[in-house]
Write a protein that binds this ligand. Structure first.
Ligand SMILES: [Zn+2]
Length: 410
């Protein structure tokens, strides 16, 4: 592995410096893409320091498209890349925009090797290697725009396929035949190009079959709503222009944005995520209690009471670890591996308008390593499709009984 040490050569602030931490504070590795088609540690450092006013570059490592690796900070440096989680995370940024580009072999091999060696050195389990989007508060951010489930599988075993989103085709803009108005019932290559463009933008029109059916119309309407234009499910000149120019809202250039700086909640994130939790008087409260409750199937009121203690005991019994009803390091680790439980199969889950919400959605999301916001949107559908593909079952982005069984072995 070829690592170029740039710790002393990159742009940095003359007046500000990042905090430091002990290595034992590091719990996660974050994977980013730069969301720029080119770039370098040098360029990102200049941007972070000069434009964002940060003490230095946000990432610990940058992996170029040719596979060369730049070391930018000591691991002890608490740089900015995942907001309030910064204090316990190491950041690796892959140069590239994986919404539109594919991951070159050399780069993929390097980032996998680097991640594996960090996992070994820092004693980080594969389940704690997360995409930026998987960190709390980032479910909106399309980073790194590759399947993290595949990425983790790839870390687990040599030689497995890393499936990202296929590189989208540019046929929509360059389309051979284009009618002026596209509407329900139309068929043809221009419909196929429309579907590909919708898919590329994350609006998931269903099968790319060149038929303007209800799913395509629904995707067009969701797109129109997002683009703040007339919502009629018909593609005319206005919608066509919007499709060409659309930039997903709320999106920042990945190679650094103010949201990656910690805010006043950082202290809470740091102290509340790994306290030892137990039944005491007065009872302990917090987001961490709620997280435990979700995973052990207790009522999620955020208060560690007798019922939570009992559910923790049951969980510990199932996991074969010491049964004391106390959530200490061993139980935390087991909880990290566990999926939230408690909700069984209830209904078909698919992208609908308005989006479906619920604990069943959240359970599916957690099983797919997504941030569990409990809303069945395009992100969730895409992850379901990837999962279905990896399981070699019907790929429709809909969680019915079969997909549910595969997800939970129920
Ligand atoms: Zn990122």
């Amino acid at each position: 592995m070829n690592i170029i040490d740039k710790r002393n050569s990159l742009a940095s602030s003359s007046s500000r410096s990042y905090r430091r931490r002990s290595r034992s504070a590091i719990r996660n590795i974050a994977i980013h893409h730069s969301a720029t088609t080119s770039g370098s540690a040098e360029a990102f450092a200049r941007y972070h320091v000069n434009q964002l006013g940060w003490p230095g570059i946000g990432y610990h490592y940058v992996v170029d498209r040719d596979g060369s690796i730049s070391l930018c900070h000591d691991l002890e440096v608490v740089s900015y890349h995942v907001g309030n989680s910064n204090s316990f995370v190491v950041g690796i940024c892959m140069v590239g925009d994986f919404r539109t580009q594919s991951l070159p072999d050399a780069q993929r091999q390097s980032v996998i090797n680097l991640t594996r060696s960090l996992m070994r050195d820092l004693n980080i389990p594969v389940d704690n290697v997360w995409g930026h989007i998987e960190f709390p508060g980032y479910s909106w951010k399309p980073c790194p725009s590759i399947s993290m489930q595949s990425f983790r599988n790839w870390l687990r075993e040599d030689g497995a396929e890393l499936t990202g989103r296929p590189a989208p085709t540019a046929t929509y803009v360059a389309g051979a035949r284009q009618r002026n108005i596209l509407n329900r019932g139309d068929q043809g290559d221009d419909i196929r190009a429309l579907q590909e463009r919708l898919d590329e933008l994350g609006f998931l029109p269903g099968p790319i079959d060149g038929i303007y059916g209800p799913q395509t119309a629904d995707a067009v309407m969701r797109f129109q709503r997002a683009a703040s234009i007339t919502v009629d499910g018909i593609v005319g000149p206005q919608t066509r222009a919007a499709l060409r120019d659309f930039e997903p809202t709320g999106e920042q250039p990945e190679h650094g944005s103010p949201t990656d700086e910690p805010d006043h909640r950082e202290e809470m994130y740091r102290s509340e995520t790994r306290r030892m939790l137990r039944l005491i008087s007065p009872m302990m409260r917090g987001a961490d209690v709620q997280e435990v409750q979700q995973k052990v199937g207790a009522a999620t009121d955020g208060i560690f009471g007798p019922e939570t203690q009992e559910r923790v005991r049951e969980f510990q019994r199932r996991e074969g670890i010491s049964v004391d009803g106390i959530v200490g390091p061993q139980t935390w680790r087991a909880l990290d591996r566990a999926r939230s439980t408690g909700v069984g199969y209830q209904r078909l889950l698919s992208v609908q308008t308005p989006y479906l919400r619920g604990q069943d959605v959240q359970r599916v999301q957690r099983a797919l390593n997504l941030t569990g916001d409990g809303i069945y949107g395009p992100q969730t559908e895409r992850a379901v499709r990837n999962f279905q593909r990896s399981e070699a079952i019907t790929v429709d982005g809909i969680v019915g009984p079969q997909t549910w069984r595969r997800l939970f072995n129920e």
